[in-house]
Write a protein of this length. Structure first.
Length: 266
């Protein structure tokens, strides 16, 4: 576990693979934790990469800082983590909220970002209605706990046919959601209600980017990934068939192949 950063955050993380390997930072989504990256960590370390997979503040084993966690706070936490590890630049990748955190890192700490991997995520700013919905969802999680939410969204996080067809995967995804501290999830939802517009910084980005999306993602559909791909000057798009919002979990072999091919070209 990291010592506390200047803003009080203290993160648990995995640091795996050869220390001399090219570093890859993997950022989980909401409301998950770093264990979602296990298939990618195994493939990357086997290929000689160094993988840093943290639990964001309030998720997994990382302690909660109640209130509101802006994407800027999450990005600054990760910049401090890389600095503490002596890593000056990394490939920065994330899924969903993790992808937005990666975009925030590109905005706030561009020198740290060698390349981007953006999976099932959106660069557009939050709408007023969306902000209200996220704040209401935060209050609901505090009042009800994570169980009802997990039951409600499992067949949106995963493609419905994978909920029934991949029971072990569904159980892992459900367990990650159910064991998340509602206070941490609520803080992040409040922060995402204030999400800025990342399109200007991405449109000017000079580094390579891999855009990934599950073919049956209902949260960030393929059309949104295509728009993100078109926005980025140096990007490639991988549409993962047989997957929903979490293709790295649902179709890890296909996801890993696209990721390793992208990294090999850097």
């Amino acid at each position: 576990m990291n010592p506390p950063f200047g803003n009080g955050a203290r993160l648990f993380f995995d640091d795996l693979g050869p220390r001399a390997g090219a570093p890859v930072l993997l950022i989980h989504g909401h409301p998950f934790n770093r264990t979602m990256w296990a298939p990618q960590t195994a493939a990357l370390t086997a290929a000689g990469y160094r993988v840093i997979a943290p639990d964001l503040r309030g998720y997994g084993e990382s302690p909660v800082i109640p209130g509101k966690a802006l994407l800027a706070d999450l990005a600054d936490d990760l910049a401090a983590l890389l600095a503490g590890l002596g890593i000056g630049q990394a490939v920065v990748g994330g899924v969903s909220m993790g992808g937005q955190t990666a975009m925030e890192m590109r905005l706030r700490h561009p020198c740290l970002v060698r390349a981007l991997v953006l999976s099932d995520t959106s660069p557009v700013p939050e709408t007023p209605a969306g902000a209200d919905s996220r704040r209401a969802a935060a209050e609901r999680l505090l009042a009800e706990g994570m169980g009802p939410y997990a039951d409600e969204v499992i067949d949106k996080m995963l493609a419905p046919y994978n909920v029934t067809g991949m029971p072990a995967v569904a159980a892992h995804v459900s367990a990650m959601m159910r064991t998340t501290d509602p206070r941490g999830a609520a803080a992040a939802l409040r922060g995402r209600a204030e999400r800025p517009d990342y399109r200007p910084v991405l449109a000017a980005a000079g580094e390579p980017c891999l855009v990934v999306v599950g073919a049956d993602d209902v949260y960030t559909p393929v059309a949104e990934a295509e728009a993100l791909h078109a926005l980025l000057p140096h990007s490639v798009l991988a549409v993962i068939e047989g997957a929903g919002h979490l293709p790295g979990v649902e179709r890890p072999e296909v996801f890993n192949r696209a990721l390793l091919e992208f990294l090999a070209g850097l």
